[in-house]
Design a protein around this ligand. Structure first.
Ligand SMILES: [Fe+2]
Length: 257
């Protein structure tokens, strides 16, 4: 099991989100261009990483520790991470089975990939976090099989959704993608938070503009303010984690803490 992003991805995402290039980062941090390029090339230089972190809004200690960071493995009965192909990477769909209720979050990239992993029979609903192609590829096939599809916009408009003993609360997670919706799931032994690409263990989904990057931090902070202690994050890529672990181990945490 490995994280979705390496420290070089985190730095590149922070630079892109802030619209800062290597010369700009050099000027802001006082670190030579060549040193920053070495770091971006994959060689962890702790002094350099610490020195550039403030200008990137990153937590320096978390960035330096990221190559060794992995959240505690989480196993909850009825919750399954379905890892689906996405080019040379993978993307998650999350299955929740509880008290006869069967719901799915996101649908992978390929039109039929998800159908190789899950039967649409008895599936109460497919809920979408955001409409990037790696999350909605299977929507048409599942809808054609009779599955009720709830889009991110519909969920957000509705707010609270009930499935048997499960109570879902949809929250705005715009930023990486707008619109985007996160789902708190209450009624299990621990609260779950299906986050799409708003946050990963040790990283966040990339943003193309400064405005989107700022929005991503604000919406995630607002969402986390509603979380219960022990809340588990089920992200769109990479392993499950918890809010409490991300508030320490995620280099982006100053943006959402
Ligand atoms: Fe995405």
């Amino acid at each position: 099991m490995s994280l979705e992003d390496e420290f070089t991805d985190v730095i590149a995402k922070a630079m892109r989100g802030l619209g800062i290039d290597v010369p700009g980062l050099s000027e802001a941090s006082g670190i030579a261009v060549g040193e920053i390029e070495t770091l971006l090339g994959g060689q962890m230089k702790e002094f350099t990483a610490r020195a550039i972190s403030p200008a990137l809004g990153l937590d320096a200690e978390a960035l330096v520790a990221l190559p060794r960071y992995l959240p505690e493995p989480i196993a909850i009965p009825g919750i399954r991470r379905i890892e689906l192909p996405f080019g040379k990477w993978t993307v998650n769909a999350w299955e929740v089975l509880h008290d006869g209720i069967h719901i799915l979050f996101d649908a992978g990239t390929g039109e039929r990939d998800i159908l190789e992993k899950i039967s649409p029979q008895g599936l109460d609903a497919l809920l979408i976090t955001h409409a990037h192609p790696d999350h909605i590829g299977g929507v048409v096939a599942l809808a054609a099989a009779g599955v009720k599809v709830i889009s991110e916009t519909e969920a957000l408009t509705t707010g609270n959704l009930s499935f048997g003993s499960l109570e879902l609360e949809a929250v705005d997670l715009s930023g990486h993608c707008t619109p985007a919706t996160g789902y708190f799931i209450n009624g299990l032994e621990r609260q779950l938070f299906v986050a799409g690409d708003a946050i990963f263990a040790g990283s966040m989904g990339g943003c193309k503009t400064r405005e989107a990057h700022d929005l991503a931090g604000r919406t995630l902070r607002a969402a986390f303010s509603k979380a219960k202690p022990g809340c588990i994050i089920l992200p769109g890529h990479g392993p499950a984690t918890t809010i409490s672990e991300e508030l320490i181990g995620n280099p982006f945490h100053p943006r959402f803490a």
